[in-house]
Unconditional design. Sequence first.
Length: 321
Amino acid sequence: MKSSRLAFVACIALIGAPLYAHSQYPAKPVRVVIPLGPGNSVEVVTRLVAQKLSSAMGQSFVIEAQPGAAGAIGAERVARAAADGYTLLAANDAVIAVLPSLQTKSPFNPLRDFLPISQMAGIPFALIAHPSVPATSVRQLIALAKAEPGKIDYASGGNGSAQHLVMEMFMTLTATRLTHVPYKGAPQAALDVVAGQIPVAFAGVPIVVEHIRDNRLRGLGIAGDQRLSSLPTVPTIKEQGVPLRFATWAGLFAPAGTPPDIVAHLSGEAVKAVRAPDVAAKLGALGFEIYGVPSEPFMQVVKADVARMAEVIRKSGIRPE
């Protein structure tokens, strides 16, 4: 009987030990890697959420930019990091759902190597033009493009970037042809449209909202179902006769193998952070859509987006690098 009691106690200790250890999480600062260049929309969301996580969980959530190879370098480092909750990835669907289909030998598999924590926010897209472009609407831009096929350049954040994909979708829907000028990041592409170096582009609204408000850029249309409160005078592209809807998202991930209770803890706190009134107000003013989707439903989003974007890439003819 005594040996049975000892065995029972030992069993309970083995089961309870990891739960006790995880209940101490986080016991040190947490690193959040952003694999994109400076000034990107994911960074804006993540910094606001990280501040809330730091306050709620009693440890610093430190943002680290690790750009390169369209996001592959930073994503791979997180995929190979210890699965203990102390290294996280903040990325968009261009990195998670698009990049693996564009590389013949992707250094990570999004469904195998990461556990979704929260789909934090949506990033609506706008079709923008420099004020010198003789088009004040989507219809007028289409007319210009059809009058001179291939002579209008457009900027993107790189081959296979969100800006590239949405313009490919736009050209398919409108039977137009513009010439692609890829950059090494979305902010740089948008800034060259502001400078007048490139006439048009699609861009995430948070990157260009202030430029549109200050008339440094012309907002031709929003690639969504409804107008944005941050840019109420800019009509949707759908209103102008083109049934285009495109938005990316900013999400938080942990390496595969991270203990479920840590993922659940992070997910709950991240959802609360995004939905906090002050954070939601700031994100809304910048043009973000407030999501705050927890881990399990976010996993379904990732699976669907990986399959959907692989099909978009196949149909668009964008070649893997």
